[in-house]
Ligand binder design. Structure first.
Ligand code: FES
Length: 112
């Protein structure tokens, strides 16, 4: 089954990630996708600490080293592969996965 097109792979070239706001049943659903080696992963753009969007700048989801996902609000760091917070005020909690797949050079949302 083919889901909604989110963006193209090349859209991740600059920051390694891309924010997309979907509309589902009239509600805004903020998500982001992030490059992880040869894979692309998706998460809801909602920090488990205070349920705020992680990024303050457009498509900026990684820390300065490019190693961890980073919440700009209070500095939580998350493992890219699992979404688990490894440092910060929500240590041990996790981002909510948003399943995506890659179809050619296109990143596609799984149906939710
Ligand atoms: S809202 Fe993300 S660390 Fe506080």
């Amino acid at each position: 089954m083919t889901g909604q097109i989110l963006c193209r792979l090349q859209d991740l070239d600059t920051t390694g990630a891309k924010e997309i706001v979907l509309e589902r049943d009239g509600a805004r659903v903020p998500v982001f996708v992030v490059q992880y080696g040869p894979h692309v992963l998706g998460y809801m753009n909602s920090c488990p600490h205070a349920r705020l969007p992680l990024n303050w700048r457009e498509d900026a989801f990684l820390d300065m080293s490019g190693t961890y996902l980073f919440c700009a609000n209070h500095g939580a760091h998350f493992d890219v592969a699992t979404g688990k917070c490894i440092r910060g005020p929500c240590k041990g909690q996790s981002l909510t996965p948003f399943p995506v797949s890659v179809d050619g050079d296109t990143i596609v949302a799984a149906e939710i």
